[in-house]
Design a protein around this ligand. Sequence first.
Ligand code: FES
Ligand code: FES
Length: 458
Amino acid sequence: MKIQFNLNGHETEIDVHPLKRALDILRDDFHLYGSKEGCGEGECGACTVLMNGKTVTSCLIPAAQLHGKSVFTIEGIQDFAFFNDIQKAYEDAGAVQCGFCTTGFVMSTVGFLGNVEDFDKISDNEIKMALSGNLCRCTGYKKIIDAVRNLVKNKIQIPEKLIKNDLKKNTQISPQSHFIQPENLGQISNLISVNKNEKIKFLAGGTDMMVGEGRFSQDDLIISLDNVTELGRITKNERYLSIGSAVSFSDILANKFVQDNFPILVDAIQTIGSPQIRHRATIGGNLANASPAGDSIPPLMVLEAKILLNNAADDEIRKVNMNDFFIAPGKSILKNGEFIQSIEIPFPQSDNQIHYFRKVGQRKSLTISKTSLALICKLENDRIENIKIACGSVAPTVLRLKRTEKFLIGKKVDNEIIEEAKEILQSEISPIADIRSTAEYRREITANLLEDFFIKLV
Ligand code: FES
Ligand code: FES
């Protein structure tokens, strides 16, 4: 498949397999060795590059999704004046030892500095968040954070051409290829009706599908949703917000309406992956994976969101409840050729709802949850008028805890009620032991999260 993209400021064309990783193309085909491979699964950040102005992990980008994009690697930024400032700041702070991670950290630093709106308002926490997708095994993070803090203090400017996403999508449809990138719903419809009998796989940001091998077989017809205009929109009407399935988590986080009206979703999304992952991972992808650990699912469940499924082959759109979508780990009700079109979230019915989201994992960033709890509650005269609770990673699918909710409604919270509610919660979940946690730990900590909410509440 012929891929055209802009690499370090130069128009480039290459003939490669559509699923070849961008990292391998950079290193093998263009001999740009600055982007490194540490983990190959989006965790270490050593392969970080800028794609259309945003940091991404190039080990998770399939070649075909480079088409029409602009990519900058560490080699492409070294002739800019700001590069010396970054180099000096890292040297002065002693922020480099073996150097393996350094190019990734520098690319994250560039992505961060390029998007700063007001240098005087940047906190240490924001710097830490910006670097949270990069791991260093020898320097330790303090010196790296010191280096970036100095760059912020000196208000280092990044040229707009590196950060701006002003390239046309320049979509590609190649009927000969088994990887197709349509640009609107009509094209998907046509593709599916002529390929009804093919095994169809939809690919969004690729942050899960590109990890490891064996997710695709040679015969799969892969339809990339990356460039489909209708799926990349956030819209609203008088009753609900609609988020297209291909909207990235970072675009949802940046949306003012979401920030103001759905803070529980914002809290949950902030715990997903890292900046690089959130720039690519989509809300539709998170649902379609049907993982019990999918972090956007518990908040969407308590927000009583609905999922719109598009079955182009049957010319049918069905709207389903979150509860009815998931069947088992990795399994949903999606049929072959059917994809998630959008997620509808009803507006909050009252202003004074209290929300809570907490995820427990091995660490704060880039971690799969051991358990998570999302909760929305409304009090009336100190009694619980309404409460909705959902938990992740404690059953084959994310669970809505209806019995615990029913018990709590109408109750005035005291220690006795909390203890009883914890017991009911524990009887509703069925955690397993796996590589991340024991079943007992999950059971106990999930109940403790409910207690944590009530302690904060009272
Ligand atoms: Fe580790 Fe890409 S190689 S994130
Ligand atoms: Fe060695 Fe970071 S300096 S891994």
